[in-house]
Write a protein that binds this ligand. Structure first.
Ligand SMILES: [Ca+2]
Length: 519
């Protein structure tokens, strides 16, 4: 963190300030001839220093516009480019047909605030300070807007880009519509693009647009999906209520796709053809074994980049990339120098089709979501295997899915799992796996992409397990990871604190009642 702070301080020293200080130092009596020579030299220097920013702005005029569209709580597999042909996501498909689709892209952490803070700082959670959901990165860190402002960009955010009302801390030139489910950010972004089309010359644009879909609450009517026919994710207990809620999620995904279509149309109509358009999501759906977990359904993200003339149309790559890589990648893509003191690393060679690989390891972390979900975990994946370390297997795993009633939780369908578990051993096993997790999990992502068979106790994989353990230890050490527990946990030995009797504790807007405020 300290090296990044130093970097930020250096960058704040503008050429104008240097120029002023130089003039002051030169204000001493000198001989006339020397003064003339000095005057000429000073004039030349002044011209050079003065032209510095101008030269920078001159090249900035040729820099491509950049548009980043962020979905909220959209699982990687939940769109047609990633195989969900039952979903209506024509605009995600349109983008995939035009651009490059990443099949192994990962966020840093599977909750909104932690994921977005990592994106906007290029630093993983332990280093940027936003480990818990709802928390902010350290104020002194240089953030995305400053990197692009240094390159001459106007940097603008509409909708949910950081974690709701945190947007004001990031230094955007302009931002709006960053409150909960404020969908007016989409037409506002379209309006900005229309307005800029007629105005020239102008700074290049770095525009973030966040759709608050498919974050809960999900649509309740006119879903456009038949609950009886929706394919359920792996590890789901099949009940009518569960199907109803999954169909509602699907309807929210399609709403996000509609938002994407509006922005994509405006970008194509009003920005130059060489605009770089990037689409992704901050983590997976609010569903059991997805959001708030380090399983693939939690941390794997859709990532599609359209950059006409650079990426190959309709192509796909299995290069492993992370959200912290997006900042240095886009800085390099627009002609800037990639920052050396962040965790992200540029994958421009992958965009250009010059490389098929980027990272050999992907690391992900999770802490908690206030008192509703307190389940710190760390994970590493390599080309084939994923190792998850649950830091406190004595804690009960709980989330808004099993604890929270009403439209922002999912207790309405989760309760049907508890009922099914009384008579159905398979449902009972799923419920057991949901609340109680072993200290270590190991999955073969090639043979078992939905992580249903934990191989950690399988002696045939002992060497692999040992290697990934060592890799994770070394990485956590390099991050200065304190493994802090930020909120009071629920213990497996206290079953009244979770399951059907579990109550909301701590600070959460979704809390129906606070009968037992232990934390
Ligand atoms: Ca989210």
């Amino acid at each position: 963190m300290s090296s990044t702070q130093i970097h930020a301080t250096k960058n704040q020293e503008s050429p104008g300030k240097l120029h002023g200080r130089f003039r002051a130092r030169m204000a001493v009596p000198v001989a006339a001839a020397a003064r003339l020579r000095l005057g000429l030299w000073l004039g030349a220097l002044s011209l050079l220093v003065g032209l510095g920013p101008l030269a920078s702005r001159g090249s900035a005029a040729a820099r491509p516009d950049v548009v980043i569209f962020l979905a909220d709580d959209l699982g990687q597999l939940d769109s047609t480019p990633y195989g969900a042909t039952w979903l209506r996501t024509p605009n995600m498909q349109r983008l995939a047909n035009a651009g490059l689709t990443f099949t192994r892209a990962y966020v840093a952490s599977p909750s909104c605030a932690a994921s977005r803070a990592a994106l906007l700082t290029g630093l993983m959670p332990a280093r940027n300070g936003a480990e818990e959901n709802h928390s902010k990165p350290h104020a002194a860190l240089k953030k995305w807007p400053a990197y692009f402002q240094d390159l001459g960009y106007e940097v603008v955010a509409f909708g949910k880009v950081s974690h709701y009302r945190h947007t004001g801390d990031y230094g955007f030139d302009h931002f709006a519509n960053d409150s909960f489910h404020d969908h007016a950010g989409i037409p506002a972004a379209v309006e900005l693009l229309q307005r800029r089309a007629g105005a020239a010359p102008r700074k290049p644009l770095c525009l973030f647009v966040g759709s608050n879909w498919p974050h809960v609450p999900w649509p309740e009517k006119d879903l456009g999906y038949d609950p009886a026919k929706v394919p359920l994710p792996a590890g789901t207990v099949d009940t009518p209520a569960t199907r109803q809620w999954w169909a509602r999620y699907a309807a929210a995904v399609t709403k996000c796709d509609d938002d994407l279509g509006l922005v994509l149309d405006a970008v194509r109509a009003h920005l130059p053809a060489n605009t770089l358009f990037l689409f992704s999501s901050d983590h997976g759906a609010q569903w059991p074994f997805a959001k708030w977990t380090l399983y693939e359904a939690g941390v794997a993200a859709p990532l599609i980049v359209d950059w006409p003339g650079v990426v190959t149309r309709g192509s796909r790559t299995a290069a492993m990339v992370q959200w912290v890589d997006l900042l240095p990648t886009l800085v390099e893509a627009v002609g800037g120098k990639t920052p050396a003191d962040i965790d992200g690393r540029s994958f421009v060679p992958v965009l250009r089709g010059q490389a098929e690989q980027h990272r050999t390891r992907i690391f992900t972390t999770h802490a908690n979501d206030r008192g509703v979900n307190v389940y710190p975990a760390r994970a590493v994946r390599d080309e084939r295997f994923k190792y998850i370390r649950n830091l406190h297997p004595e804690f009960a795993f709980t989330t808004h899915v099993d604890l929270v009633r009403g439209p922002s939780g999912a207790r309405e369908f989760f309760a049907t799992w508890e009922t099914a578990a009384k008579t159905d051993p398979q449902a009972a096993a799923i419920l057991q796996r949901y609340h109680s997790r072993p200290a270590e999990e190991l999955y073969d992502l090639s043979a078992d992409p939905h992580e249903q068979r934990n191989l950690a106790a399988d002696t045939r994989h002992a060497a692999r397990l040992a290697t990934l353990r060592t890799d994770l230890d070394a990485w956590m050490k390099s991050q200065g990871d304190t493994q802090r527990v930020f909120a009071a946990p629920r213990l497996l030995t206290d079953p009244k604190s979770w399951g059907p009797g579990g109550e909301i504790r701590g600070d959460t807007k979704q809390a129906p009642k606070k009968k037992n405020p232990k934390s």
